[in-house]
Design a binder for this molecule. Structure first.
Ligand SMILES: [Zn+2]
Length: 224
């Protein structure tokens, strides 16, 4: 498998390429959207390794989640009139609980190269970004581009993992490694993880059916 630095470098290159293509083809509403497109593609290329318990993506994601949760509790306590030191205690306690409890549950439920490394997970990532982009008052075209950037970044990670499993870039291995085929798959050995990802896709599709329908109609008109 490719390591974090390889994925990060690849992600940055892909982010630059996707935003350059979107700008050249005039697909974006303005230059400002190119920055989030770049970051979404780059982050998408690192995201699947969140299932690696000791990996950088896990620490960044759950570190950020802990800080945000702790900060939210702290500011809620302050606005309630709690003394700052007591509020700080609540904040730190919440951050620790999120890190230990929520992070711990996530670690238990996920295995490296599990369902996070799969084609439906890539689709789920793209649909989630498309959905969130719509709620963040981006235009429909921009939200679709953001979703596509996330999907492409995620797929690039999976392809890179498979490429590293098939070819040994550092040594002289002749046979593909055992991890070949464990990134570009449709289901994992955990049925709970598999069902969760597919349910996520179905609910996002159903929840955005009118948006997707009008977007498809617009694309069709543009093509015909
Ligand atoms: Zn990976």
């Amino acid at each position: 498998m490719a390591d974090f630095r390889t994925h990060a470098a690849f992600g940055v290159g892909l982010g630059a390429a996707v935003s350059a293509v979107a700008a050249t083809l005039g697909l974006v509403s303005g230059p400002m959207i190119l920055v989030p497109i770049f970051f979404v593609a780059a982050l998408g290329a690192m995201a699947p390794d969140i299932d690696s318990d000791s990996g950088v993506p896990f620490h960044v994601a759950f570190g950020a989640l802990s800080i945000i949760a702790g900060g939210a509790v702290w500011s809620a306590q302050i606005s309630k009139g709690t003394a700052w030191n007591e509020a700080a205690l609540f904040g730190v306690g919440t951050a620790a609980a999120v890190w230990i409890v929520v992070g711990g549950i996530f670690k238990r439920l996920t295995t490296h190269r599990g369902m996070a490394h799969s084609l439906p997970a890539a689709l789920l990532a793209g649909l989630s970004v498309f959905f969130v982009g719509g709620t963040l008052s981006y235009g429909e075209g921009d939200a679709f581009l953001l979703g596509t950037a996330a999907l492409l970044g995620y797929l690039a990670h999976l392809v890179l993992d498979e490429a590293y499993a098939a070819v040994d870039f550092h040594g002289h291995r002749l046979l593909p490694s055992r991890s070949l085929g464990s990134a570009l798959k449709l289901a994992s050995s955990s049925w709970i993880a598999t069902v969760t990802v597919y349910l996520g896709i179905v609910s996002l599709l159903l929840g955005n059916v009118s948006r997707l329908f009008s977007l498809t109609k617009g694309l069709w008109k543009a093509v015909v």
